[in-house]
Design a protein around this ligand. Sequence first.
Ligand code: 5GP
Length: 130
Amino acid sequence: MASIFSKIVSGEIPCHKVHENDKFLAFLDINPLAKGHTLVIPKVEIDYIFEIDDALLGEMMVFAKKVGLAIEKVIPCQRIGVTVIGLEVPHAHIHLIPIHQISDMNFAKPKISISHEELGEIAAKIRSQF
Ligand code: 5GP
């Protein structure tokens, strides 16, 4: 069965898209730790990040870097935290999270509450940087 992220890639499930190319897609996390929290995924469905072949993984990091730099321009933060967890969705993804302090990367704390309207506005601001 296709992962929820493959359904986002195919358009079956909507997302707040931030950036894409032929191989990767970046979209806002629906349950973010911070405003601007973005997920970067390969369009091809691969569960574990370390199952991605070296060349594609390298390209994915370069793509994530571009997205992170765009987020930084529109979301006030000290820098963009980068992490991979993958315990919930079996489709490799990099989390890009605008942070001010180490505790902003704590996935065990409650997520922020944010409307779809605001997510849409944030995604549009980040997209405007490309
Ligand atoms: P992980 O697999 O890294 O533990 O967490 C998966 C992340 O994907 C979570 O931060 C969760 O909020 C996000 N997520 C799960 N389902 C969806 C979805 O349908 N749309 C979006 N945009 N994000 C999702």
